[in-house]
Design a binder for this molecule. Structure first.
Ligand SMILES: NC(=O)c1ccc[n+]([C@@H]2O[C@H](COP(=O)([O-])OP(=O)(O)OC[C@H]3O[C@@H](n4cnc5c(N)ncnc54)[C@H](O)[C@@H]3O)[C@@H](O)[C@H]2O)c1
Length: 482
């Protein structure tokens, strides 16, 4: 535990008092299952959510809203201080703002950076820690590793630990539990404490809807861990709970559903490139294909970003590597295709500039949209980053406009305040993210502003006939009209 961080946290007097008063837990893991309903109804369990970011804070608020004493534990001192002073940090997650105000006011929820004060005094510890990957695409479990070692130190006997973070199948059984038990084995899993998983599958911006509607997977390292986790989540979230036979199978489901999407997007991306050469419009094909009863539509684009899909594919590839086998060839190929798409966008730009006899090294390019998906202010592993870095080596000037990132520094560029400013005297426009603001562009007006009207549509949002009749040189991913 970092004493310096702990000291910097300013607890309000009522929070300080509450921390000092907290002592014995309910020893939940030693309870009989028939007592759990009474314990839940009495709201006598104390919850500690570790990692109170995009997933963890709404999770903590859900437990506090249900009437349980809840502590959010995070290493980010600024976040903890801001939460304790009543500032809600997720304005793009509606509904939870009101819940936050209520549970802070009625003192059901507080945040802390103190491991030693929060973990030993909690019955149930829920981990919503980040599981990103490094710049070599290797999954990074350092947050879970470090916290599991803290649990070895601070976890009270008979606590229940639940992991919501996305991890590879086998991580819980082979690494996580060993870290909590430690070399000294002073606590033994399934004897002194329980462990379960309940992988999170909510969508940023829609977390309240997803928490209250989407089914959740539950598995435990033993029957008791599973059953208690099941009953607790049923009590708090009241959604369909899918029973899984073990933690590795539950984590495999989470990866399977996301990697399924990564692979299918790669498939339509390959078709998009093929159709460009055959004079076929991929969007028209996909719309028609939807009529087949068992076709599930996936859309092409400039790559696949965000904190989940690409990371989850690399998590599976990491598992494959550990097994020493050449098993997951489709996932590897899909990753290659999806990562290649940024180069394909640049080749569409090259072709258009060539048609107009414009030298790429003299060109000014406007990039519209940098978020990894429409209408969110999130650029984690965004395809726009690859596109911009390729442009940097080739063009004279790059102008970036995104309604969610106005006048700010992103990818070493300062973004524009308004759309017109980015288009004025530009030579080509790359529409990278299909934000709503870009769905109804005034093509005639834009054409007059640009020095050379070239439009590259990466998202299939522009009517190509309209763009061409407005005088644009128009190309797009999968837009193979002759
Ligand atoms: N964001 C999503 O859309 C989403 C959806 C489903 C699943 N998930 C999964 O949920 C998990 C959490 O993701 P997130 O988006 O909430 O991450 P996040 O980055 O928004 O939040 C993680 C929080 O953990 C804190 N943290 C980091 N290391 C810590 C440590 N050692 N001790 C205590 N706190 C620490 C950070 O300060 C941060 O506040 C990940 O495994 C992710 O893959 C995310």
């Amino acid at each position: 535990m970092n004493k310096k961080i702990q000291k910097e946290v300013k607890f309000q007097p009522h929070i300080q008092k509450k921390l000092e008063k907290m002592s014995e837990t309910n020893n939940i893991y030693s309870q009989k299952q028939e007592n759990l309903e009474t314990i839940l109804n009495n709201k006598s369990l104390r919850f500690c959510i570790i990692g109170i970011g995009r997933v963890g804070l709404p999770t903590a608020l859900s437990f506090a809203k249900s009437g349980f004493e809840t502590i959010g534990l995070d290493i980010n001192t600024n976040l903890v201080n801001s939460i304790n002073s009543g500032k809600y940090p997720l304005p793009d997650e509606p509904v939870f703002g009101e819940i936050f105000d209520t549970v802070i006011r009625n003192k059901k929820f507080m945040a802390t950076t103190s491991f030693e004060e929060s973990i030993p005094n909690s019955d149930v510890i829920i981990l919503c820690l980040p599981t990103p990957m490094d710049d070599k695409n290797i999954p990074d479990y350092s947050a879970l590793e470090s916290v599991s070692k803290s649990l070895n130190k601070f976890l009270s006997k008979n606590s229940l630990v639940i992991v919501e973070s996305t991890v590879e199948p086998g991580f819980i059984e082979n690494e996580f539990i060993q870290n909590i038990e430690g070399e000294d084995k002073t606590k033994i899993a399934a004897q002194d404490f329980g462990v379960a998983v309940c992988p999170e599958n909510a969508n940023p911006g829609e977390i309240y809807h997803d928490f209250t509607n989407l089914p959740r997977l539950v598995a435990g390292i033993d029957e008791k861990s599973f059953q208690f986790t099941h009953d607790i989540y049923k009590h708090v979230f009241n959604v369909k709970l899918v029973t899984m036979p073990n933690c590795r199978s539950a984590n495999a489901v989470k990866l399977t559903t996301n990697v399924f999407r990564d692979i299918n997007i790669a498939f339509v991306n390959e078709l998009a490139i093929l159709y460009e050469k055959l004079g076929i419009d991929v969007w028209t094909v996909l719309e028609a294909a939807k009529n087949k009863y068992n076709f599930q539509i996936h859309l092409p684009g400039p790559g696949v970003g965000g904190p989940c899909l690409p990371v989850n594919s690399y998590q599976f590839l990491n598992t494959e590597k550990k097994l020493g086998g050449n098993i997951l060839n489709i996932i590897r190929a899909a990753r290659n295709t999806n990562e290649y798409m940024s180069k394909h966008v640049i080749s569409l730009l090259h072709d258009s500039l060539k048609e107009k006899n414009i030298k790429i090294e003299d060109s000014t390019i406007a990039v519209l949209g940098i978020s990894y998906k429409p209408n969110v202010n999130d650029i984690q592993i965004a395809p726009s980053k690859r596109i911009i870095s390729l442009l940097e080596k080739q063009v004279s000037e790059i102008r970036i406009y995104d309604p969610f990132f106005k006048s700010t520094d992103v990818f070493s560029h300062h973004t524009m305040v308004d759309l017109n400013e980015s288009l004025q005297n530009s030579d080509a426009l790359l529409l990278v993210t299909a934000h709503d603001e870009f769905r109804d562009l005034d093509l005639e007006k834009i054409k007059k502003m640009m020095r050379n009207p070239i439009f590259i549509d990466c998202q299939g949002v522009i009517d190509s006939k309209k763009a061409k009749s407005s005088g644009f040189t128009f190309k797009g991913i999968g837009r193979g009209e002759f």
